[in-house]
Design a protein around this ligand. Structure first.
Ligand SMILES: [Mg+2]
Length: 258
């Protein structure tokens, strides 16, 4: 029996459409007695809604089993004055943070999504405001720093590009609150009462999922779905414990691998 941490976007679904065989795989993993936790850097959808979406697509998940980057931010930044450049939808998951427009202790960057709200949140005016706060001494945090993600229309620019831009302009380094930060993996293992050595991370992202989990001492499963690209994989030099076609193959691999 293993503790299994499963990335959502690109592993269970792409643009909210389930990957073939994924719902059955989650069910079989539970039936085999594995303990599951779902880890996502999704920064555009509140946790309750994300749970509803997954359930509506046939995934057997409850809200408590979902670990999201905004909830990690709420824990880390509780009680602080924060200028948050995030989608309005996730504000309900930032409870406990004092959201302000100026004189901030911290600047928090969320992720982009496929709607036009992204253009407003990451407008030049807002990024310039964030830069001014950083110049005045605020600390920079981000929910993730992904440069792009996979949509059904192809790769789309993500907010990691804006994080890097603010770091460059203000001469600071951002603290990542979601994957691949070690604290995010540690919180997931604690929730499952597992050590890294007994745990498995399943993901489609070489840097955030695979490398991040390896640095935290975990075994890893890379899937050839979502943002997986054979050429990028070959060049990366990053090697998971196993490379599978999709999560649909995971129950069988676990049953036979020793
Ligand atoms: Mg992913």
């Amino acid at each position: 029996m293993a503790a299994i941490l499963i990335d959502i976007d690109g592993v269970l679904s792409v643009s909210n459409e389930p990957i073939p065989g994924a719902t059955g795989a989650v069910r079989r993993l539970r039936e085999a007695g594995h303990r599951l936790r779902f880890l996502t850097n999704n920064t555009t959808c509140p946790r309750a809604r994300l749970t509803e979406l997954l359930r509506s697509k046939g995934f057997d998940v409850d809200e408590e089993a979902l670990q999201t980057a905004p909830r990690a931010a709420a824990r880390t930044l509780a009680g602080r004055r924060v200028l948050a450049l995030t989608m309005s939808a996730i504000v309900e998951d930032l409870k406990g943070i004092e959201l302000v427009g100026e004189s901030a202790d911290a600047v928090l960057l969320g992720g982009a999504d496929e709607t036009e709200e992204t253009g407003r949140v990451f407008s030049h005016m807002n990024l310039a405001r964030a830069f001014a706060e950083l110049e005045a001494g605020a600390e920079l945090f981000c929910l993730h720093r992904n440069p792009w993600w996979q949509t059904k229309h192809g790769p789309l620019l993500d907010s990691g590009a804006y994080v890097a831009g603010l770091e460059y302009a203000a001469g600071v380094h951002a603290t990542v609150l979601g994957k691949p930060s070690s604290s995010f993996f540690a919180a997931a293992l604690e929730a499952l009462d597992s050590d890294p050595g007994q745990a498995l991370m399943v993901g489609d992202d070489l840097a955030s999922d695979i490398r991040g989990a390896q640095l935290h001492g975990m075994r890893t499963v890379l899937v050839r779905t979502g943002k997986f690209r054979p050429d990028v994989y070959e060049r990366s030099g990053i090697r998971p414990t196993v490379l599978l076609s999709s999560i649909a193959d995971l129950p069988e691999w676990l049953a036979t691998a020793r």
